[in-house]
Structure formats: C-alpha cells, structure tokens
Design a protein around this ligand. Structure first.
Ligand code: SP5
Ligand code: ZN
Length: 349
C-alpha cells in the first residue's frame, strides 16, 4: 500500500451544496481508517516518492495545475478571509459554453471569477493544504505504477483526495487531480501500449471518461448508479456513450438503478471484464471507489464486502499488472474493510 501523510492536508471543512454549507464526507480520517485496516490485513506500508510533472501534464492542462497550485494564496491576498469571510475557494460564476455563445472569453482578472474557469461545481472547495494533498495523491499513484513496472503484480495507492471526476481542464466532485488517469498515462510511458481503466466507484468517473473518450489506447469501463435516475455527475455516464473518433467502442458505461446490490453489480463487473478480454490491454488501472457499499452515505447502491471481494477476483482473472487507485467511499466505520476485501479478492483469484 502506497500512501502519504501529505494527503491529509486537504481539509474541505464543508461543501457548498445547492448554496448551503453542509458537512463534507471526503474527510482526512478516510486515510487513517483505510491505512489501519490494510496494515491489520498485513499489507506493507510504502511512503510515496516525489515524481516530476510529466505524467500529470500529459493528462491535465498546465493552466489547471497552475491554478490549483496558486489560487488559495490569491484568495488570501484578495482579502476573502475577512471580506466576505470565506476561508475556502468557492466559485460563483462559470463561463459555460451557453454563457459565451460564439464569443471567446477573456481570462478573468478577479480571483473569484477565475475560480469558476477551472471548477464545474460549488461543492469542491479549496483550502490551504488542498493542492499539496492532491499532488501527494498523484505521487501515491505514480509510486504504485513504479512498483508494478518493477514487477509487482498489483500495487494499491491510497490516493486522497480522489480524482476520477477531474477532466483535462476542470475539477469537481470532491476531486482536484485525476490520479487514475495519471497512472494510466504513466503505465503507457513505462511501456504498456494498451491500458484499461475499470471504475468501480458508485459514481461515473466523468473526468477519466472525458480524458480518454477519443483515445484508442486507453479503455474506460465503469459501473455506477444511473445518472438518469438523478445522480452525480448527472449529465454524462449513460450507456449510449461508447467513445468517439479513434476511441470509438473504447468506452463502456454500465449504469445501474438505485437499490442495485451484489448480483446486478457483479454482473456489470463481469461485462466490463469481458469487454477487456476483447480489448487485450497490457495493464489495468482500477478506480476503486467503495461508495457503492450499502452503508455509504453518498450512493444508493447496496454492494457488500463480499461483493467487493468478488469484484477483485473477477478483475484479477484478467492477469494484468494492476494499479489500484482509491476513489470515493465515505462510511468511516466500514471503509477500510471494504478496501481490504477488494484487495484480498484481487490477490487470491
Ligand atoms: C469521488 C466521489 O465519490 N465523488 C462523489 C461526488 C458526488 N457528490 C455529490 C454530492 C451531492 C451532495 N451530497 C449531499 C448529500 C445531502 N444529503
Ligand atoms: Zn463516488
């Protein structure tokens, strides 16, 4: 298990949801409970090593990374902590395609407007430690890639904050940098010509999907709660999205109705696995969100620990070098055991 204490420096404090400040569930303690459960299960701890920005900048626009790196200090310098009394970066206006029409936008001079250039929701706030934590999560993913490249069959990265909602140039959904997409690019750079990403998080990984939608060398497969039933990310994640251009038929979304449990969910994981038999990847990235679990507060799926263990077995059956990246999962009392269950299945197929 690769981890970094730096990942706990992101403290959202709250999220702004439909204009209301509510307690966030993507909390630093998630790292403690996952790490402790995996240590108890006998997984050795490896601290993440620093990596340069090559794989990161293969995935994200440099302007997004630079924005995330500097926006908090800009927010402080602009006096927002005192007036209006907001100690987190929260955007308020978004230069959407519909706002702009055919008019090319200027870069906003005001920091509070620039915030909306790179964010697509108001929930995902930035504080003083957010960038360093997100960047440390990327280092966790890249260190796991190093382990697999050196011959380990599987490496787990305790990435936090999660990443799969981040597109090439915009963050959201409690995510800031796309750890799984960076891992996929790093595996490619290390010699895996074809990489598959399988996303088990309860939510569709719209960021990873968008990044690779037109690529023929990276497959994206996901099982998630149906966005058409009213769930985040709402606008994408539908079964009809199968890739475009060179990436045609390289995306597979399996949306499930709210209330789906192990039987439906594992059938979907089996479909993803079969699709990969045909794609014949050289390496696998698993976006391991465990928020599909029944007790999780953020999703209506009803997967059990045994379900996650069986998913691990199914994906281990691909017999691919595998980097497992933590995504969501918010029920602190069961989070660690769910991750341990997945990894035990993946290890003992
Ligand atoms: C990585 C990941 O799992 N991101 C999840 C993002 C989905 N968040 C949507 C949150 C909607 C607001 N939740 C408040 C629940 C109020 N009952
Ligand atoms: Zn999720």
């Amino acid at each position: 298990m690769v981890w970094s204490p730096q990942t706990q420096r992101h403290v959202a404090g709250a999220e702004i949801w439909v204009g209301v400040r509510i307690p966030g569930t993507e909390v630093p303690a998630r790292v403690d409970v996952i790490r402790d459960a995996l240590v108890d299960a006998g997984h050795p701890l490896v601290e993440a090593r620093a990596h340069d920005d090559d794989a990161l900048l293969a995935v994200h626009d440099a302007a997004l990374v630079e924005h995330l790196r500097t926006v908090y200090s800009g927010w402080v310098d602009a006096g927002f902590l005192d007036d209006p009394g907001q100690d987190r970066v929260v955007p308020y206006v978004f230069p959407t395609a519909a706002m702009l029409g055919p008019i090319p936008p200027h870069e906003a001079a005001a920091i509070h407007a620039r915030a909306g250039t790179y964010a697509y929701d108001t929930m995902t706030v930035l504080g003083p430690g957010t960038y360093d934590a997100a960047r440390a999560a990327v280092d966790c993913a890249l260190t796991a890639v190093d382990l697999v490249t050196a011959g380990e069959p599987i490496a787990y990265a305790l990435c936090r904050p999660p990443g799969h909602h981040v597109t090439r140039s915009a963050y959201g959904g409690s995510c800031y940098l796309n750890n799984a997409a960076v891992a996929a690019e790093a595996l490619r750079a290390a010699g895996s010509a074809r990489v598959a990403v399988v996303d088990l998080d309860a939510h569709h990984g719209n960021g990873t999907a968008a990044i690779f939608y037109e690529r023929d060398d990276v497959y994206y497969g996901s099982v998630h709660v149906d966005p058409g039933a009213g769930w985040f990310p709402h606008f994408v994640g539908f079964a009809a999205e199968t890739g475009a251009g060179a990436g045609a038929d390289r995306t597979l979304n399996v949306p499930l109705p709210p209330g789906s449990g192990d039987v439906e969910w594992l059938t979907a994981v089996g479909r993803l696995r079969e699709a990969l038999d045909a794609f014949r990847p050289d390496a696998l990235v698993v976006s391991l969100g465990v928020d599909a679990a029944a007790a999780d507060p953020e999703s209506p799926l009803l997967v059990t620990g045994d379900g996650y263990r069986e998913a691990g077995r199914l994906l281990a059956g691909l017999r691919l070098p595998s980097v497992v990246v933590q995504e969501g999962g918010y029920h602190l009392d069961s989070l660690g055991e769910l991750v341990a269950a997945y990894l035990s299945g993946h290890a003992d197929e």
